[in-house]
Design a protein around this ligand. Sequence first.
Ligand SMILES: O=P(O)(O)OC[C@H]1O[C@H](O[C@H]2O[C@H](CO)[C@@H](O)[C@H](O)[C@H]2O)[C@H](O)[C@@H](O)[C@@H]1O
Length: 258
Amino acid sequence: MAIPPELDAALQDFAAQQTLLVCVDFDGCVAELVADAAAARPVPVNAEALERLAQVDGVRLAYVSGRPLQTLQELASPPAPALLFGSHGAERWLGPDSAGLELDDEQAAERREVLSTLETVAAEHEGAWVEHKPAGGAIHVRRMDDPTLGEAVLDQARSALALVDGAHIKEGKQVLEALVVQSSKGEAIEELRELTSADAVFFAGDDVTDEQGFAVLREGDVGLKVGPGETRADFRVPEPANLAEVLHRIAQLRDRAS
Ligand SMILES: O=P(O)(O)OC[C@H]1O[C@H](O[C@H]2O[C@H](CO)[C@@H](O)[C@H](O)[C@H]2O)[C@H](O)[C@@H](O)[C@@H]1O
């Protein structure tokens, strides 16, 4: 894929800023979507591009993902200097002193109710399964044979979760999540922007919850939607492997400037 001229111009302006924050989503963006969620891994060209970018002066790298933090660390193998937000912003690793997520008693009870609600729905449908997360849970239907029935299962889960106090719903691709901590990728990106004193932010994502990340981008930032679907991002690439080309271009522009 040749980088379109409009995107390249935006990348040139972006790379000319002093301190850059490059944020990426994991599933469907750095990694291809797969039926077995535990088997997701970065597309090799993306892993290579992220490692390169992590070494560039003045560039801070961050994952902003819906995955639990520990799962993100295991599956994504982020470059060592990367900052990490997991669970859609509810969990963070911003250095060795980062506090882990702690639920209060009320949230812990709400999480148990979220999980039992989702398990009850999943148990009725072959192929549906529940991912347990530190801040809640997600019901997955990608392994179901009939995608239409899968969407109906997500509707059923949505209705059931509406009765659970404290459940914050996150929509996704063949998944529905409920977290008992209020958080968003937009809030995570804003926290990262401040922490890193970034002059400009790049964010790439593919999913519904990534739109909250695109929503906080400002003039001079670059938002990149990976794959099809409506988006607020100004730019798009067709598939995860194309992200590497954009990341390499940022690294190349910085190399030239130094
Ligand atoms: O914010 P992300 O890093 O993109 O995480 C969003 C959710 O991704 C995972 O589910 C999605 O990817 C799975 C593996 O490819 C796929 O099987 C599933 O259908 C997708 O919805 C993950 O399991 C969730 O926990 C994340 O919140």
